[in-house]
Design a protein around this ligand. Structure first.
Ligand SMILES: Cc1cc2nc3c(=O)[nH]c(=O)nc-3n(C[C@H](O)[C@H](O)[C@H](O)COP(=O)(O)OP(=O)(O)OC[C@H]3O[C@@H](n4cnc5c(N)ncnc54)[C@H](O)[C@@H]3O)c2cc1C
Length: 298
C-alpha cells in the first residue's frame, strides 16, 4: 500500500492483509459536496475529530474496483449549536417550543414523535432552510424541563429577551413575521395535559405544519432562543463487505486481503439506527482482525 507521510514523503507498506478503519468522508468538503450536494456547505462536523476523516480509505478501495454500499447521498444528521466550540453540542430542546427559519416562519412538526427517533429528519429539514439554520423559540416554561444538560449540550448562553420583537432583533429575523408566527401557533394550541416524559398527543389544530406533541402556547416572557444547524456525525456511504468484513468488488467477489470496518464500511440507508455506529466498528473491526490474523498464519 502506498501512502504519504509527514512532509509529503511517500511511504510504502507491504502486508498480506489491509484493514481499512479510517472513518467516513465527513472531513472532506469535496466528497461531501459531490455525494451529498451543495447544501453540505451548511453542515458542520459534530466534533473536530471528524475533520480527520477524509474518505481516503473509501476512495482508495473504490479506485481498485471495490463495490460501494450505504447511502452515499446521506449522513447521520443531528441538531447542533453553530456557536459552540465543543464536541457534540447538541440542541434537543426544540420540541418544547417551535422552530422558525430566517424568515421567522415555521417549517416542520417540532414534536412528531420521540425526539431520539425523529431528530434526524427534523435536522434534515433545518438543513433545507435558507442558510441551513433555524431557531428554537421558547418561553420561560422551558425552565421546568427536567435534565436540561441532556437537551442543551452547548456551553454558549441562550439568547433571551422580554419581547418577541427584542428576540427577533438579536436573531436578525423579521420581528413582525416572528410575532405573527407565534400568534398563529398559540391560537392553534389546544387545552390538554402536557407530559414532557411521553408523547402526550397535545397537538395543534388548524395550522400547517402541525405540531403533534408538547404544543403549549409561547406566552410567558422572557422569550428564549437557540440557533440550530445540521451537523454531520458520520457519513453513510462506504465499502461493501461480507459478514467477515472482507471488501468485495463490483461483481461481489472478495478482494483478497482487503477488509473494512466502522464508517469505512457502508451500511446505512436514509436513517441512522440509534447507537449502532460504535457497535458496527467494534463488531466488524474484531471480525476483520481475526480473519486477517488467520490469513497471515496461512
Ligand atoms: C459527538 C459524537 C457523538 C456520537 N455518539 C455516538 C453514540 O452515542 N453511539 C454510537 O454508536 N456512535 C456515536 N457516534 C458516532 C461514532 O463515534 C462514530 O461513527 C465511530 O466512532 C466511527 O468509528 P470508526 O472507527 O469508523 O471511525 P473513527 O472513530 O472516526 O476513527 C477513524 C480514525 O482513522 C483516522 N484516519 C482517518 N483517515 C486516515 C488516514 N488516511 N490514515 C490514517 N488514519 C486515518 C482518524 O484520525 C481516526 O482516528 C458519535 C459521534 C460523535 C462525533
Amino acid at each position: 500500500m502506498r501512502a504519504v507521510g509527514p512532509g509529503n514523503r511517500p511511504r510504502e507498506y507491504r502486508g498480506r492483509a489491509v484493514i481499512l478503519g479510517c472513518g467516513g468522508f465527513e472531513g472532506n468538503a469535496e466528497m461531501m459536496t459531490r455525494y451529498i450536494g451543495p447544501r453540505a456547505l451548511f453542515l458542520r462536523a459534530m466534533s473536530k475529530g471528524c475533520h480527520y476523516n477524509k474518505g481516503e480509505g473509501i476512495a482508495m478501495a473504490l479506485a481498485i474496483g471495490a463495490a460501494p454500499c450505504g447511502d452515499f447521498g446521506s449522513w447521520h444528521a443531528s441538531p447542533m449549536d453553530p456557536r459552540s466550540d465543543r464536541a457534540g453540542p447538541s440542541i434537543f430542546i426544540y420540541p418544547q417550543g417551535i422552530l422558525v427559519n430566517q424568515h421567522g416562519q415555521r417549517f416542520v412538526d417540532e414534536g412528531p414523535g420521540p425526539t431520539d427517533e425523529t431528530y434526524e429528519s427534523v435536522t434534515r429539514e433545518i438543513n433545507a432552510q435558507p442558510g441551513g439554520i433555524a431557531y428554537a423559540i421558547l418561553d420561560t416554561t422551558v425552565a421546568k424541563v427536567k435534565h436540561p444538560e441532556s437537551v442543551v449540550r452547548s456551553e454558549v448562553p441562550l439568547v433571551q429577551a422580554d419581547t418577541l420583537a427584542g428576540l427577533a432583533q438579536q436573531l436578525k429575523i423579521p420581528a413582525e413575521a416572528l410575532e405573527a408566527t407565534v400568534a398563529a401557533y398559540n391560537q392553534a394550541c389546544q387545552l390538554g395535559a402536557y407530559n414532557e416524559a411521553a408523547m402526550d398527543g397535545l397537538a395543534t389544530k388548524g395550522i400547517s405544519p402541525r405540531k403533534s406533541n408538547w404544543a403549549r402556547p409561547i406566552t410567558k416572557p422572557p422569550y428564549i432562543a437557540y440557533a440550530i444547524i445540521g451537523s454531520v456525525v458520520l457519513t453513510f456511504g462506504g465499502l461493501r463487505g461480507t459478514p467477515r468484513a472482507q471488501v468485495v468488488n463490483q461483481q461481489g467477489d472478495v478482494i483478497p486481503g482487503l477488509y473494512a470496518a466502522g464508517e469505512t464500511m457502508g451500511l446505512y440507508y436514509r436513517n441512522y439506527t440509534g447507537a449502532t455506529s460504535v457497535l458496527k466498528g467494534l463488531v466488524f473491526g474484531r471480525v476483520a482482525g481475526i480473519d486477517a490474523a488467520e490469513r497471515l498464519r496461512g
